[in-house]
Structure formats: structure tokens, C-alpha cells
Design a protein around this ligand. Sequence first.
Ligand code: ME8
Length: 497
Amino acid sequence: MSYYVTTPIYYGNGEPHLGHAYSTMAADILARHMRQRGEDVFMLTGTDEHGEPIAQAAEREGITPQELVDRSARQFRDMVEKVDSTHDFFIRTTDRGHIDRVQEVVNRVRENGYVYQGTYEGWYCPRCADFKSENEIGPGDTCLIHETLLQREEEENWFFKLSAFQKPLEKLYEENPGMIEPDFRRNEALAFIRSGLRDVSLSRAKLSWGVPLPWDPEQVMYVWFDALLNYFTALSYAREGEDLTERFWPASWHILAKDILKFHAVYWPAFLLAAGLEPPRRMFIHGYLLMGEKKMSKSLGNVLDPFEVIERFGADALRYYCFREVSFGQDGSISTAGFEARYETELANDFGNLASRTLAMVGQYRDGVVPSAEPDPLLTADFDGIVQRVSALLDQAQIGQALEEIWVLVRRLNRYVEECQPWVLAKSEGDALRLDQVLYGLIEGLRVVSILLHPYLPNSTATLLEALGEPSLDLSDFGSRPGGQSVERIEPLFPKL
Ligand code: ME8
């Protein structure tokens, strides 16, 4: 099966912060898990590099927009690499391949009769890059999101007949209830659509930093259409000399936060339908990482720098913490104190110690060779169906719940050590077979959870699996590997801070 997962493309005038890292890590966890299942996976992340705010930021700095986005793309690329994202392509909307494909698609939309010329008059927020409807305007003609003054705009440009898609979109979401997750976001999107869709500008006349309309190069594409199309265009040029569209379109999942729900749930499928293309299968709308009560955002200046966090805790800890602390789909507060607490109690103690202790005991009592034994029925029962449960949850992009399922077993293995007290069994020859069984069960349990945890903790699980003599990342049931392997002791996986 082919599996295609995307993140939003991040604004090329911003600096990466943990909120951006969050979406990319989420998509990466899904991608890694699906690869473990042997699926044909493509993951996409990247930067959104056109539009007015970028042109303005460049002007303020006295550099060209291209220079600005080159710098920003470097920072984002660096960030996604630091969080150990295994994306298959990093798209930039200034890529020639993207621009060419956008022009092709917009031509199709026009040929299909969904484009006309008109006069736009209304309120516009350059920071949202969004034309505001009546219910989106705050007191004193301000943007409800940025609390800044809106601009009154009047210009001749090209319109997209969004109104023609009101019924088709209603039908699409009614017939595909799982298309937007969580469910309350689907309801929000449907309510917006049912309240009536008005046509929207497809182009801007006063801007030059964008994709020119093929039939009227004086105008550039409205940046949201240009940006949304990245999910589609990337497939056409990500691999030189190969078009992956047939293989991967429509996307399995778009991952994004609620701030851009409207664009993804309304404009995006409408535009695809207008071009005669298939809409995406599903989108998952996650919440915000908050600092205290506030959204972490560049304009509020309360951002956690992922580079600093990784420097201190490591990428694994960051990936783990974000999906453990915050329920995926909801808003949730994060803090340095919270990082420290989970790092110590869960990563260092629950998981790291379990691994060190188990390997040390096999070293001490069995010369470093995993004993062959019948799996302990107590553990077999607890592990029963875990691979299926985690897979089913990740099929629904339930990243936090899947992690919780796995962690229950990490805790179970810790209790098992306490219950069985291998150090007592080791004292009497008569308990040798039981000790074999206990050590086998611990190693086997560690192996199964490490494989399942791999998408979350790619580095530490790779170290551990190597020490366990397990070369494969394929999902595997408890008890399916017989003993006999040599195992090695390891340094603490999560050293004390
Ligand atoms: O909106 N918590 O780009 P952007 C969680 N270019 N996620 C967060 C977050 C937070 N505090 N802050 C940002 C754009 N994000 C457009 C997108 S897509 C075709 C174009 C994540 O740089 C989250 O995924 O403002 C959010 O939707 C995205 O970054 C917005 O990134």
C-alpha cells in the first residue's frame, strides 16, 4: 500500500520553533511506523516562500526576497534534520518544479470554467495572507488573530469560483466522516461550509513575489493556492526523471494545526476538485503547543527553540515529550520543568534503567547470552495484540494514544522485574529454569517495545536493538524470537541531566 504524509510548509520569513518541529515530528512518526510495516511511504515537509510578508520582510532588511527565503529554508531544513525527520523531500515553493506544476494546475482550473475576472474589495490581513469575511473582523477593523489593523483592498484580479463547491464539499465530508480528524474539527469545517462559500481572489495584482498566472503574468497567484498545491506538485519533481503522482496521490494524511484548518478543509479540496484532481484522503488537525496559557508563536515571542531543547535533552527526548505531554489533537502546555520531569522519570528510569538492568543481568547471570525458554504466560498475555493495537491507533494518527499503549508495557516490564526478583532467583540452582524464563521475557519484552518505540525514539532504540542483537525493525510479536543471541551492556540511554 502507498502511504503519503505531509506537514504544513512553514513560512519562509519566520524562524523555526518548536511548534513547527511538532508537526514535522508527528508526520515523521507516522512515516517511520508505516515503513516498519513495509508500506511504500513518502513524507513531505518544506517551506512556503511566496507572499507579501516575505517581500516586506526582505525589503526591511534590504535584501532580496530570494535571499531571505534561502536563509530561512536553510534554518528549517536544519531544524527538520535535527529532530531526525526522515522526510523524503523538502519542498520549497520557489522551486522551479513547483512553479511549473502550479501553473499547469491553475490552467486546468481555468479551462474547467472556475476562474473569472472581477474587482476585489474588502479587508485583508497581510500576516494571515487572508481576505476576511464579516465574521472574521475584530473591533476597529482589526484581524482577530493578530489584533493588527486590516487593510482595505480594492483591485482588479482573478477569482476562483469557490461558491460552486459548497454542495460538493458538503457531500464530500458527509460521505467521508473520517476525512478530518478529530471529529470536532470536521464539524467546524462543515459549519463553515454550510454558512455559505463566497468566491475568493485567485490572484493579486499589486504583488510581484509569487507564481505568475500563466495567462496574465502581471498577476501572481494568491499565496494560499500556491502553498496548498505543494502537496500535489512535490510528487511530480521530487525524484529526478520520475513522476510519483500516480504512486502517491491522493495523500493519506495532511498533518496541520487548527490555525490553517479553513484553508485545508475548504480551499484545498475545492481547488483540487476544480482541477479535476482527487482530494486528499484524510487530514489530522492537531492543537497548539502552549507556553503557559499562550500559543507559542513568533509574533508573541514566547517560543521554545528546538535547537536548544535538543542540545540539552536530545532529539529522542523532544519527540517523546511532545507526544506524551500533549494529547495529539488538543492544545497543551509544555515547559522546561515538564521536560525534565518526564526525562528523568520516564525515559531515564522507566525505559533507560530497565534496559541497562536487563542487559546487566543477562551479562552477569548468563554470560551475555539470551537464554532459550518458554515465554512466561503472564507476559505473553500482556503483550498479546500489542502490534495490532498500536498499528490500529497509528492508522488513525493517534500518536499519543499509541505511545501510551507501548508505555503501559514498559511499565509492565519494570513491575515484572520487581515481582520476579531475578537477583534472588540467581542465588539458587533450583531456580535456574525460572531465571531463564524471566530473563528471556525481559529481553523479548524490551525487543518488542523498542521496535514499537522506534518511530518515537529512533536513536536510543537503535542503540538498544543493536545491543539486543536484533538487526530488524519489522514489527514483531512477543515470543517470536527464540533465545541464543549474545547481548551487550550499554551506557545509560538517557544519562542524568
Ligand atoms: O501557516 N503549536 O505557516 P506557519 C503547534 N505557511 N503547532 C504549531 C505551532 C504551535 N504553537 N506553531 C506553529 C503557515 N505550528 C503556512 C502553511 S501549508 C500549505 C501553508 C505548526 O509557519 C502547525 O502545523 O505559520 C501550524 O499549522 C503551522 O506550524 C503553521 O506554520
